[in-house]
Design a protein around this ligand. Structure first.
Ligand code: GTP
Length: 246
């Protein structure tokens, strides 16, 4: 069983991307399972095989414990941990060789709390991968690019899993913006020349980049389907070194 977790900031397009990749793989005859781990999702653009909302609902917790919206989402995400064993069993029963796993909307709740790391460990078999989903509109500025790379790095430290970085919503980028982003990842000196930062912060960023902290992004659009083939290729590479994952 190969588990692929989709994480990223709120609204970056995780659910839409999970849906688009699922449809793309399904059209090609691949057997793929989908798990929703977001107990606060109001709407999902796909029908999950396993849906945490069947057991834990942020909305119900809000009413039952008279919590505010944020506190109820935090409580709900933490409670997902208690269901980890059963989710894993259900995944084994469904028996898909690959699972796409959609995670809570606000990344910090999943990536920076103990519960998220625990869930990733628990639901990971021998093979697992984290797909960090960044929003193209945000990444196209130098500041947005630099902070995205640092956030992706923070989540790598947290999850301790191999990671690929996807720039989603590429349909909203000009060709020039795509070229800039690709260049900043390839040659961080160009980014460092353009970014306005106090010296100390710039040197930290330089060290991170020089130590391999910037990952080459894959440009995709969950809306048009652009780049889904490249994303799947990377997913395969992490599984088998290039052989098909199924
Ligand atoms: P939350 O879990 O609600 O935080 O969001 P999410 O990261 O799952 O994002 P979601 O899939 O809900 O998408 C957020 C918005 O971005 C929606 O309005 C999507 O239609 C839009 N969106 C997602 N992917 C793309 C894309 O590739 N291109 C464009 N133009 N819009 C997109």
């Amino acid at each position: 069983m190969y588990t692929v977790f989709f994480i990223g900031t709120a609204g970056s397009g995780k659910s839409t991307l999970v849906s688009a990749l699922y449809n793309w793989l399904d059209d090609q005859g691949y057997d793929v399972g989908v798990v929703n781990l977001d107990p606060a999702a109001e709407y999902l653009p796909y029908t999950p095989d396993i849906d945490i909302r069947d057991r834990i609902s942020a909305r119900k917790i809000m009413k039952q414990f008279k919590l505010g919206p944020n506190a109820s989402i935090i409580a709900a995400v933490d409670m997902v941990v208690t269901e980890a064993e059963r989710i894993k069993e259900e995944m084994e029963v469904v028996g898909a060789p690959i699972y796409l796993i959609d995670t809570p909307g606000q990344m910090e709740l999943f990536a920076f709390r103990q519960s998220g790391a625990y869930l990733v460990q628990k639901l990971s078999d021998v093979h697992s991968l984290v797909v960090y989903v960044a929003d193209a509109v945000y990444v196209q500025s130098v500041d947005g690019f630099a902070t995205t790379m640092l956030l992706a790095l923070s989540s790598r430290i947290r999850f301790k899993k191999p990671q690929v970085l996807v720039v989603n919503k590429a349909d909203l980028l000009s060709e020039e913006a795509v070229a800039n982003i690709a260049q900043w990842a390839e040659d961080p000196d160009i980014l460092l020349e353009s970014i306005e930062l106090p010296r100390y912060e710039k040197e930290i960023l330089r060290s991170v980049a020089n130590l391999g902290g910037f990952i080459e992004p894959i440009f995709v659009s969950a809306k048009t389907g652009e780049g889904l083939d490249k994303l799947y290729y990377q997913i395969q590479l992490h599984y088998t070194g290039g052989e098909d994952a199924q």
